[in-house]
Ligand binder design. Structure first.
Ligand SMILES: [Zn+2]
Length: 383
């Protein structure tokens, strides 16, 4: 799947109609969660059937206005959250199990169409919504990429509302594959506080300066928002400004990690990373830290994406002991967070702390990789 995004340009009246469609998508999702709680919906199939019940109910005339396949798409969303809850209960993950919640109004929301309810013009510059909300035709900004695909490759169209407007996302069925020459390089990557990452060759990539700058800006806007009166016009304005700033920050961050990940994949035949739990990472009070945490999470997603595209294995290993053990002899060498250099009393190996960790990450990934591939018993040297 590839996703392309274009901005939708229309009139205020048209946007209001998109809002009604988004609201209805949420209504379908929440109604199905409610029906599940009441025991009326017990399976995905029940959820699909319940869409029809909603559409036929004269009390909810809007439900019928939303395209029938779009209703199904939102039933799928509802059922996915029920399934996630069941799965979490079954695997007994510690803490909250994620009991399905009703979704409240949020600026950031979307409505999802499948293959009907919309029509793309043959020049790919206009998108027309044809379901009961009659939102009409929108001009598309940035739809050039759509030219490369046939119409029947577009499996879904999602209308996303953000702080700075409305967007159409086109989900395209396409397997991207690129050729890559073998480089003979394998790399382990350790993410840290001081640097974005350190690799097993000892190279360091610094956090870009804009992480800090962005954090500063967001903090300023947050303070400004908290000073406004609840329900006032100024509060609404301040919230919109903050929302836009968040958008800008996440786009810039995503651009940066995307390019970095592609480079890492292109220059290596195998990439080893730590399997860090995002849930523990992002819940952080320090804004600059949480920006780099999210960046690391996106970086990993891009590594995995480009790994598939270029046929490079990306292996995530258990982060335990990677920083403590000696990458040369394997003995445990305890150090505090402030110890920047790894000095092994057992074998005399000296290395930068993060480089030592990156080598350990690579080594355990290779171990896992050879176990996965059975007989492959090459002895590996990290340089
Ligand atoms: Zn050692």
């Amino acid at each position: 799947m590839i996703i392309y995004e274009s901005k939708l340009e229309g009139t205020q009246i048209q946007y209001e109609k998109l809002n009604a469609a988004i609201r209805t998508g949420r209504f379908v999702r929440n109604s199905i969660i409610r029906a599940w709680m009441d025991g009326q919906v017990k399976s995905r199939n029940d959820a699909y059937k319940y869409c029809k019940t909603l559409a036929d109910n004269p009390e909810f005339p809007w439900a019928k206005q939303l395209n029938s396949m779009a209703r199904q798409a939102h039933a799928e969303r509802a059922w996915a959250s029920v399934e996630r809850f069941y799965r979490n209960c079954k695997t007994k993950i510690p803490g909250k199990k994620g009991f399905p919640k009703f979704r409240k109004y949020q600026v950031r929301d979307s409505v999802e169409y499948k293959t009907s309810g919309w029509k793309l013009s043959s020049d790919r510059r206009y998108l027309n919504f044809t379901d009961g909300f009659k939102a009409g035709t929108f001009k598309l900004w940035g739809s050039r990429n759509l030219h490369f695909y046939k119409l029947d490759q577009i499996k879904r169209v999602r209308v996303v509302r953000r702080h700075d407007g409305y967007y159409a996302q086109f989900l395209i069925a396409h397997k991207r594959e690129e050729n890559k020459e073998l480089t003979g390089r394998q790399i382990g990557i350790d993410v840290g506080l001081a640097h974005f990452y350190t690799d097993s060759f000892g190279n360091k990539v610094d956090n870009p300066r804009f992480f800090r700058k962005d954090a500063k800006k967001i903090r300023k806007l947050q303070r400004r928002l908290s000073k406004t009166e609840k329900g006032s016009k100024n509060r609404k304005k301040a919230r919109n400004k903050l929302g836009r700033a968040h958008l800008k920050v996440s786009r810039r961050r995503n651009d940066w990690v995307c390019k970095l990940a592609q480079r890492v994949i292109q220059f290596n035949d195998l990439v080893a990373i730590e399997n860090l739990k995002v849930r523990n990472m992002v819940k952080n009070h320090c804004l600059a830290k949480s920006i780099s945490d999210i960046a690391w999470y996106r970086f990993r997603e891009w590594l995995e994406y480009f790994g598939v595209v270029y046929g490079v294995p990306v292996i995530a290993v258990n982060p335990r002991y990677t920083s403590q053990n000696c990458s040369n002899c394997g003995e445990k060498v305890v150090k505090t967070l402030s110890t920047r250099t790894h000095k092994c009393p057992h074998c005399g190996y000296v290395a930068d702390r993060d480089e030592n960790a990156a080598i350990n990450i690579l080594k355990s990934a290779l171990k896992e990789w050879s176990q996965m591939n059975g007989k492959n018993k090459e002895v590996f040297s990290s340089r």
